[in-house]
Structures are given as C-alpha cells and as structure tokens.
Design a protein around this ligand. Structure first.
Ligand SMILES: Nc1ncnc2c1ncn2[C@@H]1O[C@H](COP(=O)(O)OP(=O)(O)OP(=O)(O)O)[C@@H](O)[C@H]1O
Length: 591
C-alpha cells in the first residue's frame, strides 16, 4: 500500500515536471493527451464499468468546445463562464438523449450513439453561426488568478489539474456505494434492482457525468487551440476515444489515461513514419489502430492496464473506522404472518404459469417451495420479489400490499434475495460484494460519491458487511476476490450480501444448485443458524434431501397450482405429492 502510494506520488511529480522539461512541441502533445484522457475517463465509467458503449463522446466534447467558443468570441464572456455554460448545454442535451436512448438494450444503444455523434457533427459543420466547417477562430485564452494561459507550458498545468480532479473523482466514485451499483449494472438490471438501485436513473446519471467530462475536455481543447472546427468532434474521433479506452483498459480509470497517452503518441509517431514508409500521404495510422485494437481484444481483452496492475504492488486491505452503525429494522414477532400470497395468477400469453396459488409465511420459519420442473416456483418467486407482477391476486408483505411494487421498492421494505445463477462481481473483494447488499441502507448519491463525502456511511456499510461475513463464516476471506471462491462459498457470499440489507424476509432461489454434498451441508447448517437467529426464509429448491431436512413447512406446486402444503412429514406422506414426483424418491428424514 505504501509502495503503491509512493509510486503514485512519483508519477504525479513526473507529470508536474514534464511541462517544464519537455520541448514545446511535446508539451503541446502532452496537453492533448491530458485533454483526451479526460474524455476517456468518462468512457471508462460509461462503457468500461456500466457497459454502455458510446461512440458519441466526441460530440459532447464538441458541445463544450463550441459553447465556450461562441460565448467568448461572440458575446465576450469570460472563459470560466463559458465552461459553466458548456456544462449546462451538455448536461441538458445529454440528459434528453439519455432519456430517449438509455432504455435501449443490446446493440441499439451503440447505434443510437453513432446517430447523435453524426448528427451533432453536422450541426456544428452546417450552422453558419458556428463558423461552418471552417470553424471559429480568435478564441481568447483562459486566465487563472491573473495569469493568462497562452503558452502550452502553463496551459498544461490547468489540463493536469482538470485531469487529476476528473480521475480522482472517478476513482472515488468507483469505490463508493454508487460505484458498486454501477458495476452491478454491467451484468443487467436484475441484481442492481434487487438491491434497490433505480437502474434507469443511474444509467442516465452516469451518461450525463461522462458527457460533462467530455464537455470539460472540449472547453480545454477550445482554449488551448484557440480555434474550433467540427473535425475533432466527429464520429471518427468518438471511435478513437473508444479505442483508447479499450487499449488502455476500459475497466480502470488509469487504464483510460494510459490508453489516451499510448494512442496519441502512437498517432504522432505513425503520422511521421507511415507516409515515409508507404511513400504516400493519408491517415494510415487509423489502420494501425484498428489492428492494435483487434490484437488487444485477442490477447489482452481487458486492456493493458490490468497487465501493469500485475507488476504493481497490490493495494492493502483498508477499513474505515466505524463511527456509527447503520439503523436497524424492527423485527416482527415470531409466528406473526409475514408474507401472504393470495390467489396469485400469472399469465404468460396463453400459458398460466401460476394458477390461483395461496400460501402464508410466518415470521421466524423456513418455508420451502418445491415442485417438478416448470411447476411455477420461479414465477411465484418473481411475484414476491417484484421481478414480474401478478396478473391477478395479491401479495402482502408485513401487512402491506406489494403486488404492484417493483423489485427495488419491495427490497426496501425488508425483502432480500439470492439468485438461481450466482451474480457476484468477481473482480471485487468479498467485502465489496457484500456491501452491495446494503445499497438501500445508504443515501449518498453520485455527487457525494464523486467528492468522497460519503465516508461515514461507507464505513458503517463496511463494518456491517464484515459482521455479516463473520456471521456466515467468510470473514477471514473478506479481502479475497469473489471470483476465486468455489461455487458453494459464492452462494454463501450471496446470502451474506442479502443479510447486509437487514431483511425481515430472505428469499433463496435454488441455493443448493450445483453444490457438492459437503457444501450443501454447510449451507443447511448456515440456514438453520439464521432461522434460530430469527431470520424468516422462503426457499425454492430442487434438492429434496436438503429441503426435507431444513424447512419447517412446504408448499408443493405442480402445473402452476398448489398441490399440497404442510410439514415435511405431512408432505412425505401425501399421495398426490408422491404421484407428482413419480420416479423421484421423496426421501425420509436424515438424522
Ligand atoms: N417470462 C416468461 N415468459 C413466458 N413463459 C414463462 C416465463 N417465465 C416462465 N415461463 C413459463 O412458466 C412455466 C413455469 O416456469 P417456472 O420457471 O416458474 O417453473 P419452475 O417451477 O421454477 O421450474 P424450474 O424448476 O425448472 O426452474 C414454465 O412453463 C415456463 O416456461
């Protein structure tokens, strides 16, 4: 940790020395690298972390550049006001574009980013007030504390400060509650929503943030070049920013900075070299970039920064001091009805997956939901967790009708879940994964996270996560990576993550799927212990042995209907159940 800090300090000092020692031409290049790195930092958040591929960042850079260019040349505004105006214009346009496009899935979103990237480029080029394709000249320089930044040497320091603040803010964000939610979004909305994240809103927020970073870069660009034209804000430039992120490592802030440096330097070098080698003029460097990206995707899919990370000293485990604990929910008295499913029906087109199912779950018990494949168990699970609303009927939790609430709203009432297919963030520690479960117990938003103003809350979450890891027996691995765990432990980690939400009801979706015998026994022991501590559990499970030895009561489903309900002993004797499970031995109790 100390060594890493010293290396970072050294890198910072070198960066501060470079504008003084490099020849002027190279300082200009350095300024460009710093500016491009700001755009790419936004792309890292948007594309590398959240998984929203954007080809349109150069257009947002253009919005920042043109806004300040018009206002400072035409209306005589101070460049700093031009920056704020650029932020305003970019935020508004990005927000509108985000609202329109961010609900799109798959390849539709990248297509949409290409569309607006092209449109804005032609708006810049075809608007006479913006100087058309020749652009606007005589943009005034920026002044800082009375010092006018006309020389690239002094301008480089402004660019360095801007990049430093952007990159550190992005790092702060990624190590926060919002950052964990952003990472969870990458795997689809299911997990993030289950922990109370408003996924669409978060996508829009990150989209606007990345656009604002590009806008800042555009402002710097306009005042360093002192003129603007549409070319640097074209679709091709947008693609090059993506190249930088991919080559450097789009999952890491410093990867973005590395990519911006490498590609910009390479471009300069190739622009001189290739025409000599080929004997003709042209943008041949783009061909090399294309090959480079393909090679990176082939041999270092996550970019070059993760390779550098391997040789850098690893960051040590650090816990913030806990000043206050998170508030806890009041518990329902054992035996009181906690969950009621009343005449639930779920229709998928012509298929009635759940048909008039009713059952009740009392506080402090473990209820198992079993049935053959396709019986409708997962569908019931989805009705209770708000993933899919019931077609008719009611679901009541803790006296409140939750039938029409979404997953996040239901979670905030005290329902936490695990997933049939484990959904963890393999590159994060067990602790960080567990903390994801406490998202709804925190309040800090994007801005507080960027500024690191959420440390007290983060500390409380860290210690709560640690307590839950201790509760499930994983505390000694709190700082290991979740991706290194065996499946059984990953499932137990998901239980710890759910427990951080301080749930009154824990829903487990096939928790024993894929586990070995020993792992199943550990899981059973854990769930029993949790029950004894007062946790109420509903579990959907295929493993009859496990279910029969764990649960207090069972609901058996078949063809979407409730076939039977009772204690394991009653269910074992039930002839209808035996028939539904024909060919499967409904096992006896194991000592
Ligand atoms: N989103 C959906 N759209 C259409 N049909 C669906 C959907 N989800 C489930 N079904 C259908 O509803 C029926 C019940 O499925 P469900 O997944 O609830 O059963 P299950 O008891 O959980 O089965 P398994 O044990 O195999 O997971 C199945 O016929 C399934 O194909």
């Amino acid at each position: 940790m100390r060594l890493r800090f010293l290396l970072a300090l050294l890198a910072g000092l070198v960066a501060l020395a470079l504008p003084l020692v490099l020849p002027l031409f190279q300082v200009t290049l350095l300024v460009n690298i710093l500016i491009f790195a700001i755009v790419v930092t936004g792309l890292v958040l948007l594309t590398g972390i959240v998984g929203l591929t954007s080809f349109g960042q150069a257009a947002f850079m253009g919005l920042g550049a043109y806004t300040t260019a018009v206002l400072t040349t035409g209306a005589g505004w101070n460049p700093w006001l031009g920056l704020l105006a650029g932020f305003g214009v970019t935020a508004l346009i990005a927000w509108l574009l985000g609202l329109m496009t961010l609900r799109m899935q798959g390849h539709y979103l990248p297509l949409a980013t290409i569309a607006w990237g092209m449109s804005l480029y032609y708006v810049f080029g075809n608007t006479p007030a913006l100087g058309g394709f020749t652009g606007l000249t005589n943009i005034p320089p920026i002044s800082v504390f009375g010092l006018t930044l006309t020389s690239p040497r002094t301008f480089a320091y402004l660019a360095l400060v801007c990049l430093g603040l952007t990159a550190i803010g992005a790092q702060f964000l990624l190590s926060s509650r919002v950052g964990r939610a952003m990472r969870a979004l990458r795997g689809g909305p299911l997990v993030a929503e289950a922990f109370g994240v408003n996924t669409f809103r978060l996508r829009v927020e990150v989209f606007v943030l990345a656009a604002l970073m590009a806008s800042l870069a555009g402002w710097l660009y306009a005042h360093s070049q002192r003129f603007v034209n549409p070319t640097p804000f074209s679709l091709q430039a947008g693609i090059e920013y993506l190249f930088m992120a991919v080559v450097g490592g789009s999952g890491h802030v410093w990867g973005g900075v590395l990519g911006a440096g490498l590609i910009t330097l390479l471009r300069e070098w190739l622009r001189d070299l290739l025409p000599v080698l080929i004997g003709a003029q042209g943008n041949f460097e783009v061909i090399v970039f294309g090959v480079l990206v393909i090679l990176t995707l082939q041999f270092a899919r996550r970019g070059l920064w993760p390779l550098a990370e391997r040789v850098l000293p690893q960051e040590g485990a650090r816990l913030l001091p806990e000043r206050a604990r998170l508030p806890e929910r009041s518990r329902p008295a054992p035996g009181t009805p906690l969950l009621k499913v009343e005449h639930a029906v779920k229709q998928f087109g012509g298929l009635r997956a759940v048909n008039d199912v009713s059952f009740e779950l009392r506080a402090g018990e473990i209820l198992g939901l079993i049935g053959p494949n396709g019986a409708g168990k997962s569908t019931v699970f989805n009705l209770v967790t708000g993933v899919n609303p019931a077609t008719s009927g009611r679901v009541v939790f803790a006296g409140r009708d939750i039938t029409r609430l979404n997953a996040g709203q239901i979670h905030r009432l005290g329902v936490a879940r695990t997933f049939q297919h484990v959904h963890l963030l393999p590159d994060l520690t067990l602790l960080a994964n567990t903390m994801m479960g406490g998202y709804a117990r925190g309040r800090a938003g994007l801005i507080a996270s960027l500024l690191h103003l959420e440390r007290a809350e983060e500390a409380a979450l860290q210690h709560e996560a640690l307590r839950q890891l201790r509760r499930v027996g994983l505390e000694d691995q709190a700082f290991a990576l979740a991706g290194n765990l065996a499946l059984g432990q990953q499932r137990i980690l998901e239980v710890a993550r759910a427990l951080v939400a301080d749930p009154t009801l824990l829903l487990l979706d096939e928790p024993a799927a894929g586990l070995r015998y020993g792992e199943k026994m550990e899981l059973v022991a854990l769930l029993r212990r949790l029950r004894d501590e007062g946790v109420t559990i509903l579990l959907v499970e295929h493993d009859m042995d496990l279910v029969m030895n764990l649960v207090d009561r069972l609901v058996v489903m078949n063809y979407g209907e409730k076939l039977a309900e009772g204690t394991p002993a009653e269910i074992r004797r039930n002839p209808a159940v035996r028939e539904a499970y024909l060919g499967v031995d409904v096992p006896g109790e194991v000592a």
